[in-house]
Design a protein around this ligand. Structure first.
Ligand code: IMP
Length: 204
């Protein structure tokens, strides 16, 4: 049985272990119905720990635990990326780093394309790990994935990151071509959130 988030404790405060205001807003909207008051790691003055884990879950855990301890309220962290089978799971936990210091995802997609060369296996998946941690060191983790194919050249301007080279299973458009609502219905992040909400936020 997973430990549940108790909105009556700490005024419902939940530290979002991210310095990205977009992520904090999005998570706040997703959990708003459950009496959650999201506070960003930035607002709390929390440092960003180094992502030294070998898996998405390890990284989500280390971020959530550091934030929960630093803020002394429960904290939620996510870690996500693209895993390509022909590249033995790369870029994986290094998905953001493949874009270099300029966060240039055209470059990151080019690197994936070049690394895959003419390999026949084009399969891959987006993975999202979520970790909900408490100041006493307890942590619940959830992972969502969406399977798909890596395509070239990149298509579509609607998404971010690696969206233009990823076609989810059962679709013909890339995530970059899909309307955000359509992407959110099938995405790795949606799948992980569904599990988190069912286990830790929904009543009954
Ligand atoms: P994180 O913020 O350390 O979890 O880095 C995740 C990286 O994975 C992002 O910078 C994106 O490049 C990539 N990524 C994660 N989710 C998606 C997605 O839904 N679409 C495209 N790229 C994604």
């Amino acid at each position: 049985m997973a430990r549940r988030f108790d909105p009556s404790a700490s005024g419902g405060k939940l530290a979002i272990a991210s310095h990205n205001p977009g992520k904090v807003r999005e998570i706040g909207a997703l959990l708003g119905d459950f009496g959650v008051t999201p506070v960003s790691a930035g607002e709390l003055g929390l440092p960003e720990p180094e992502e030294t884990g070998q898996t998405f879950i390890d990284n989500a855990k280390l971020k959530a635990l550091a934030a929960a301890e630093g803020a002394n309220v429960p904290a939620l962290a996510d870690d996500s990326g693209l895993a390509v089978d022909a590249l033995e799971g790369a870029p994986g936990v290094y998905s953001a780093r493949w874009a270099g210091p300029e966060k240039d995802f055209s470059l990151a997609m080019e690197r994936v394309h070049e690394a895959m060369a003419d390999s026949i296996d084009r399969t891959g998946r987006f993975v999202c790990a979520l970790a909900l941690a408490w100041p006493d060191g307890h942590c619940e983790v959830f992972q969502g994935t969406v399977e798909g194919l890596i395509v070239w050249p990149p298509r579509g301007e609607k998404g971010f990151g690696y969206d233009p080279i990823f076609v989810p299973e059962g679709y013909e458009e890339t995530f970059g071509e899909m309307d955000p609502s359509e992407k959110h219905a099938v995405s790795h992040r949606a799948a992980a959130f569904k599990k988190l909400v069912a286990a830790c936020f929904e009543s009954g």
